[in-house]
Design a protein around this ligand. Structure first.
Ligand SMILES: [Fe+2]
Ligand SMILES: [Fe+2]
Length: 276
């Protein structure tokens, strides 16, 4: 059973935020000299175009994700002093993360138009139609939310790496590789938070992690028109199989934090069923 009463601790958030901020500060922008005129849209296949539509729609939903996270970790007078301090720390991450995700949305939607996939009007209509739909976090408790974001960032990183390797168009390849690097840093943040919390609470957190492994869906799966058709096309665009090693990263995290082998085995079982 998931224990909803375990408090999130400042000591699990603050060092993870500091590492993220330091890594983000050190980073040199790999797209600083990107040239939009170099795009050769003729080298994109129909499958790659549909994969691009899907990831653009998913990234473009950032205002909904940002609002959901801010709603989950509020910063107002309804919040206790203790929780406010923790939520304020989370916000140092969230606001930087949101800026990076918003840039992903901007770059991808600009690419879609620059490559001639959509007209400016067509792209605007497509993004507004889907973008205004209300996003809700699929989980309630903080261990579930952090396990969900851990997997979701990892799967996004892996997919961008796969898509970058599959496409022939050099500007898109470069763009996707840069996006994958950002998603990798986002994954590392959630990995640090979870690792710290797991060292504190041990196997009290594994039911939440098992629940997320069992029920995980990428964001917007139940929100976007035509999601599953686009998702199948996006899978075909990378050779018919998407990487699922994010689940193995979760297992390795549990193992290195010294969780009881019986609890790890429960999650491992869920992973095996999931990977089917
Ligand atoms: Fe992103
Ligand atoms: Fe991300």
């Amino acid at each position: 059973m998931i224990d909803q009463t375990l408090p999130l601790e400042w000591g699990d958030i603050a060092p993870s935020v500091q590492r993220f901020v330091d890594a983000a500060t050190r980073r040199i922008d790999p797209l600083r000299d990107l040239c939009w005129d170099d795009i050769d849209g003729g080298r994109l296949t129909d499958l790659h175009v549909d994969a691009l539509r899907l990831v653009t729609l998913v990234e473009d939903h950032l205002p909904g994700y940002f609002a959901a996270y801010n709603g989950k970790f509020p910063l107002d007078e309804t919040t206790s002093l203790r929780d406010f301090a923790i939520n304020r720390e989370i916000y140092h991450y969230t606001v930087r993360w949101a800026q990076e995700e918003d840039r992903h949305a901007y770059l991808l939607s600009r690419y879609v138009v620059s490559a001639g996939i959509e007209t400016q009007d067509g792209a605007r209509a497509m993004l507004a139609t889907q973008g205004r739909k209300h996003f809700q976090l699929p989980y309630e408790s903080w261990p579930e939310i952090f396990a969900y974001t851990f997997l979701q960032e990892k799967f996004t990183q892996l997919y961008y790496q796969q898509l970058a390797a599959a496409v022939q168009e050099p500007v898109l390849r470069r763009l996707l590789r840069a996006l994958a690097q950002d998603e990798g840093r986002h994954f590392v943040f959630f990995s640090h938070v979870l690792e710290s919390a797991l060292r504190r609470y041990g196997s009290a957190l594994t039911p939440a992690i098992e629940h997320v492994v069992t029920t995980f869906q990428m964001p917007l799966a139940s929100l976007l028109d035509g999601y599953w058709r686009l998702a199948l096309r996006a899978t075909d665009a990378v050779g018919g199989e998407t990487q699922t090693s994010g689940y193995d990263d979760m297992l390795r995290l549990l193992q290195r934090t010294g969780i009881a082998p019986s609890a790890v085995a429960e999650v491992a079982n869920a992973v095996t069923i999931r990977k089917g």
